[in-house]
Design a protein around this ligand. Sequence first.
Ligand SMILES: Nc1ncnc2c1ncn2[C@@H]1O[C@H](COP(=O)(O)OP(=O)(O)OP(=O)(O)O)[C@@H](O)[C@H]1O
Ligand SMILES: [Mg+2]
Length: 326
Amino acid sequence: MDQSLLELRNVSREFRIGGGLGLLSRKIIKAIDAVSFSMPDKPWITALIGESGSGKTTIARMILGLLEPTSGEILYKGKNVNEWIKRNKIEYLKEVQPIFQDPYSIYNPFYKIDRVLEIIIKKFKLASGRDETRDLIVKAMEDIGLRPEDLLGRYPHQLSGGERQRFMLTRILLIRPKLIVADEPISMIDVSLRAIFLEHLLSFKEKHSISCLYISHDLHTASYLADNIVILCYGRVVEDGPKDQIIENPLHPYTKLLISSIPVPDPKVRWAERIDLTSIESIKKFRAEKGCVFSGRCPNATENCLSETPQLKNIGSNRRVACHLY
Ligand SMILES: Nc1ncnc2c1ncn2[C@@H]1O[C@H](COP(=O)(O)OP(=O)(O)OP(=O)(O)O)[C@@H](O)[C@H]1O
Ligand SMILES: [Mg+2]
């Protein structure tokens, strides 16, 4: 097999909470449990889908080197991410860039937005001199559909949320990473701008060969954007495979539940509404402590599901499902 661009091998991450003097109340949360999936080394969008608390941001932070796995390994171009970052952080960030849910959090409120881009250009040595820097910034902003003459010279709080998020795309266009890790990138922007934002991610892939790990609770946008889909349930991958196959023929009962909650099957009106998994009533039920993580909510659960954790099995050549039904 060809080398992957990104590969998670049996990655787990635990958090200790509580503790202090009340040692007895200390608890370990298994946020991510033996997660494995990979992205091929070609222009590609993988959607990582799961509801609130399923571990999406934890995975994003580990890929970005902001958090280390408790066990397992994350490889980028075949090399261990944490070792790469320790050796040469700038080099890694030139390849792998984040887009976060709330773009405001990454701006320095005391810097004009021009400065944000100038720092990037300097840090990654993208231009030599003032004029070239200015030209690069103007060109990148125009490519994203932002008017430099209107926006440059402003402070972050003087931009709308949508402008700030699209400004992040300008940043991506300047850096031209190989991979974007986009964690719920459109959840804070207006519905009317979401489509535009996603179109940019697609054009990054098509025009600039920039791949994307698109992280969302929204299977609806994923079905539009992604080449393949990874379904995360309570910190475990329960199913993954090519987008069309997952949408048209979901195998795992959890995926079926997600698909059934997509409101509009007609692709022409795909932007009319956005599903919100957090509103599904079943979220009130918790992760099963033993057996399959979904067994507490699964309509097909048997005795076996309550006691034995299903492992991912290959179905055909490019799909996997973790369910005792298969
Ligand atoms: N620093 C931390 N300390 C303790 N627990 C944490 C920490 N970060 C995450 N968790 C727990 O890990 C689990 C996964 O959290 P994570 O933020 O990855 O979920 P998520 O899928 O991104 O959710 P959302 O859709 O709400 O953003 C949750 O149960 C969360 O409470
Ligand atoms: Mg999150």
